[in-house]
Design a protein around this ligand. Sequence first.
Ligand SMILES: Nc1ncnc2c1ncn2[C@@H]1O[C@H](COP(=O)(O)OP(=O)(O)OP(=O)(O)O)[C@@H](O)[C@H]1O
Length: 292
Amino acid sequence: MSTVALRADGLGKRYGKRFALEDCTLEVPAGRVVGLVGPNGAGKSTLLNLAVGMLAPTTGTISVLGGEPASSPAQLAKVGYVAQDTPTYAHLTVGEHLELGARLNPAWDTELAERRVARLGLSLDQKARKLSGGQRAQLALTLGVAKRPELLILDEPVASLDPLARREFLQDLMEAVAEHELSVILSSHLVSDLERTCDYLVVLVDSRVRLAGDLEDIVSSHVRLSGPRDAGHPGELVTARHTDVQSTYVVRYSGPIADPSWTVGQLSLEDIVLAYMERRTEPAPRALEVAR
Ligand SMILES: Nc1ncnc2c1ncn2[C@@H]1O[C@H](COP(=O)(O)OP(=O)(O)OP(=O)(O)O)[C@@H](O)[C@H]1O
């Protein structure tokens, strides 16, 4: 079994003149629940579509569980994919979805699929178009899990769900991860959901990977520093704000801050992700200039 879920090297995808994903170099470990977060249009779906072989790279390479995406039946069987808006076939019943799953997937787990559907209270003869958004998402998750992939890729699976349905969906996902030793890559705009669910995070902004790492390391290695205006700061600058007399920096730094003129503030995961998103609007060289 591969120890790397996804490896990208100089990966890029261009539509016309514009890169939807650019210079993406990334190594995501297997056996983890990985969150992919970024603003609208950042390139999240593009990266996930490249990972499942629905798109071909313009530049660079990508491998998933050590293989080229969609390069063989064995590779296809290893990766489950639930696309954005958790698509199902409107005119097929829940039962027909399970039959289709059984026919298309060599490692299909009938018992698991039927057990999940029964637990969710879905009736086998109900047409998908008559399910609620949350039920459809759960059906799509059931199909993804019962395929028994090594890696399950979910593109914004909870976007249309209410908070309770979202929580139930994510709990179900976590149970599936614990029961079936599944690796998961999950995209979402909701950092609080990712914080509850994931142990590894990738932040994508403006088509580029801005941050990737263990969730705990990310939180413990960023701080907010406030001090006299334009005082030099330790670590790598993420954002800088200034008043006439004071500068406030978000920096990547985990060492001790000995200088008493700094006030040190802890950051939540959401603060950190937002700081990386904000950084895109601030040209980095100028920000560094100011920081000196
Ligand atoms: N088929 C396409 N043709 C042209 N441009 C595209 C196509 N698909 C995506 N793009 C562009 O590529 C960029 C990245 O899109 P992508 O769907 O990967 O972003 P995303 O991070 O998933 O966004 P969202 O959070 O809104 O779903 C966007 O600027 C988008 O307009």
